[in-house]
Design a protein around this ligand. Structure first.
Ligand SMILES: [Zn+2]
Length: 302
């Protein structure tokens, strides 16, 4: 089904465990935004890195989403099955972009001691190398140049100097797996997503994905990064902070909580409504202006 509006959105969980409430919030915001726009909403499983896929996690994610009344357009895309497309895109980028092989171990990057937003950033040691004669190499993109800016529907103008944030980042890993940023950008382009709505923890990744998209000659989508659900300690919910899997025995309550977190508390008359009615209400009432404001645009927002 092609939506009249042309809006195409997606939710792309990494199956490293069951969905926690923070993931449900991101999925809810992304689908509500698509429904409100009369658009399509797709599901992609970012199972790029086989060792990180927890056994049973993909089934658990699908069952959880179905129990909460999520429905997606088209077939589910599995990143692990898109390897050839990822490789073709990487080869295409390599033909024109400043991409170079790097064999630096993590320890030498750490020793260089350059601070970055995700730990020590890469100091550019291997820039200028063009062949990978020293065995398996990661392939990095030289990111020197103007800062990357984009407009986010919630965060506003976001600017990041990628070189000082992360340094030259990896496009293709030494273990012959595409990097997350490459795969994510390539698949978003391939599926023609017009609107990328996801958690604010990914805002700092967006400039790297924009760089990949530009080297592919792809148009830029519209971005919106949703507020994060924080652990009482202030940390983002994740498997590491032991976020509990959502309680799918009470699906309507979970969906109501997610909508309330996103600034859309459902009216009391819908307290006992099934998820289908909650989704209808969300499609009708969704308004990004009601999202909690960005008090701390993560990291380098400006
Ligand atoms: Zn290197």
């Amino acid at each position: 089904m092609t939506a009249a509006t042309g809006y195409r959105g997606r939710f792309a969980p990494t199956p490293s465990g069951p969905l926690h409430f923070g993931s449900i919030v991101a999925a809810t915001g992304s689908r509500a935004d698509a429904l409100a726009a009369g658009g399509e909403w797709h599901l992609r499983i970012d199972d790029l890195d086989p060792p990180r896929v927890a056994p049973g996690a993909i089934d658990a994610i699908l069952r959880c989403l179905e129990s909460l009344g999520f429905a997606w357009d088209g077939p589910i895309v599995y990143q692990s099955r898109r390897r050839e497309a990822h490789r073709a895109a990487f080869d295409r980028i390599r033909r024109s972009a400043p991409v170079y092989p790097c064999t630096c171990p993590r320890s030498s990057i750490a020793r260089a001691g350059l601070p970055g937003i995700e730990g020590p950033r890469y100091p550019g040691t291997c820039r200028g190398r063009r062949t990978d004669s020293d065995g398996p190499s990661a392939w990095r993109l030289d990111v020197r140049g103007a800062p990357i800016a984009f407009f986010d529907r919630r965060l506003g103008r976001y600017v990041q100097d990628v070189e000082s944030a992360t340094g030259d980042f990896v496009l293709w890993r030494a273990d012959d797996i595409p990097s997350y940023h490459l795969a994510c950008a390539v698949d978003d382009v391939a599926d023609g997503f017009t609107d990328i709505v996801r958690g604010a923890d990914l805002a700092a990744s967006t400039p790297r994905q924009i760089l990949v998209r530009r080297w592919l000659g792809a148009p830029e989508p519209t971005w919106m990064h949703l507020p994060l659900v924080l652990h009482p300690s202030g940390e983002k919910l994740s498997k590491q902070t032991l976020a509990a899997a959502v309680d799918t025995t009470r699906p309507a309550a979970v969906l109501r909580d997610a909508l309330a977190f996103l600034g859309h508390p459902v009216p009391p008359a819908l307290t006992d409504a099934p998820t289908s009615e909650l989704w209808s209400w969300a499609a009708e009432h969704w308004s990004p202006g009601r999202l909690p404001p960005a008090s701390d645009p993560s990291g380098t927002g400006a």
